[in-house]
Design a protein around this ligand. Structure first.
Ligand SMILES: *Cc1c(COP(=O)(O)O)cnc(C)c1O
Length: 466
């Protein structure tokens, strides 16, 4: 399988190179040159299969011949074997035609584990094969850092450096990062805000001598391998509810649009998806663009669902590429317009096909809390704020006979304050989390400027350098 960039001027690459590169050299995002597609018979035959078996079938066309089948299967088993539920992504019924897909049984209790766990194994394997090492660098305001550290700790060929704003992440989130004992894990508490952290990381990525010298790479959701791993649970859940004979709809709590784009790919591959609800909090850039065609980032507001507090939705570029008939020249022009004037506007021709599948739904803070409370009163089921947004948006949008599946992306114990406030008592903590709360923390506190971060990384990483 070859991959092309949405901006048209980066070289076509194979799967492994795309995974190791992250962003394309022309600033675009990689997508497969063609979408694989499954017949109805092939999808029907997935019924009753395990998560790992379906994961192999769904991902195999994307990795092509870069990994041999048996080895890939073993890596998939290893990645999802650490999940706390045998079904990996179990479905729970919330109402007559409304379902919850629990994506929080991974080691860090958030859906990012689905992509990170397999990415960690695939990257380490690719580097071993090439006799190379890499330095992973990222900034986090919460979940991503924990999921990345959990996936990359102890990997032979990789050192991971995660920056978080000192004193500005929750206790649970900090401990999930800082209690990793492996010596390839480096936590940096930066004296600044999350934006400062991102600024430092961006600066280092743009410093080509540093980046190439220490083989620096990223694992944020622009990495194609992460999207690929998220297509799988669209298949497992749809098939469990009667696909391909019955169609289904999904409600996706959305930030960077990676997860929703994975749903789009599942549809491209032949899964009968009626509707994809793009559920956002008050940071609603995607709802606005679907309504008006105008893509215009605003200031970010802090909400109960911090993992969706974004103002730039990077993966939306992949959807635009598809909806313009893969017109890289048009994408390049739109992104330049965004950079120079702060916004761009899609044409009716580009919007119309988006609107037939996607529906935007904005859920404000009050409605989020109300949904947590209501779901609890309805059936004693406790959900986190991100999942509540998906459920509320899904309930509002359901139409026709298709079952609506709301993606539950985080465990309620990760957001104890707002959840216990909504349901009126404490949230039960999974044992996995309890254990972490007592372990020793390891973290390096560094100032924002003066090259302290680059000097620290240079002195610690095993990749490149001398
Ligand atoms: C990252 C995240 C999201 C948003 O997913 P995107 O792929 O960025 O749209 C939603 N919920 C939780 C809990 C997350 O961590």
């Amino acid at each position: 399988m070859k991959y092309v960039s949405t901006r048209g001027s980066a070289p076509e690459l194979e799967f492994e190179d795309v995974m190791l590169a992250g962003l394309a050299r022309d600033g675009g995002l990689y997508v497969p040159s063609v979408w694989p597609s499954f017949t109805a018979e092939k999808i029907a035959a997935m019924a009753g299969k395990s998560y790992s078996e379906i994961a192999y079938q769904v991902m195999a066309p994307f990795v092509g011949d870069s990994i041999e089948a048996q080895e890939f299967k073993a890596l998939i088993d290893q990645a999802y074997g650490s999940f706390a539920h045998k079904a990996v992504a179990p479905l729970v019924q919330a109402d007559a035609n409304l379902w919850i897909l629990e994506l929080f049984h991974g080691p860090t209790l958030a859906f990012k584990d689905f992509a990170m766990q397999i990415l960690g194994l695939l990257m380490d394997r690719a580097l071993k094969k090439r006799g190379e090492r890499a330095t992973i660098l990222g900034a986090t305001s919460g979940d991503t850092g924990g999921a990345a550290i959990e996936a990359f700790r102890g990997r032979e060929r990789i050192d991971i450096f995660i920056l978080h704003p000192h004193g500005r992440v929750s206790d649970v989130q900090r401990r999930q990062m800082t209690t990793a004992r492996e010596d390839n894990v480096f936590n940096i508490a930066l004296e600044g805000t999350f934006d400062d952290c991102q600024g430092v990381v961006k600066g280092l990525f743009n410093d080509h001598a540093f980046r190439d010298g220490y083989h620096v790479t990223g694992v944020n959701s622009i990495n194609w391998a992460r999207i690929m791993a998220q297509i799988v649970y669209y298949f497992t859940s749809a098939v469990a509810l009667g696909a391909p004979e019955r169609s289904v709809s999904f409600s996706v709590p959305t930030g960077n649009f990676g997860d929703a784009f994975a749903g789009f790919v599942a549809k491209k591959m032949g899964l009968p998806i009626e509707q994809l609800v793009v559920a956002t909090n008050v940071n609603d850039i995607l709802v606005r663009v679907l309504e008006t065609g105008v893509y215009k980032p605003d200031g970010v507001l802090a909400t109960h669902s911090p993992s969706m507090d974004i103002q730039v939705s990077s993966n939306f570029e992949r959807l635009m590429f598809e909806m313009t008939g893969r017109d890289a020249t048009r994408i390049e022009a739109l992104m330049n317009e965004l950079a120079t004037s702060g916004s761009f506007t899609l044409s009716e021709n580009e919007l119309a096909p988006m609107r037939t599948l996607f529906q935007g739904e904005r859920v404000d803070e009050e409605a989020t809390v109300a949904r947590i409370k209501m779901q609890y009163e309805l059936c004693q089921y406790v959900i986190d704020p991100h999942s509540a947004i998906a459920l509320e948006a899904g309930a509002r949008s359901a139409r026709g006979g298709a079952s609506m599946i709301a993606l539950a992306t985080a465990h309620p114990a990760k957001f104890p304050d707002v959840v216990s406030g909504s349901i009126g008592h404490d949230v039960v903590q999974p044992t996995r989390l309890q254990a972490q709360l007592h372990e020793e923390e390891r973290v390096e506190r560094l100032p924002c400027g003066g090259g302290a971060v680059s000097a620290y990384i240079a002195s610690k990483t095993r990749a490149g350098g001398s």
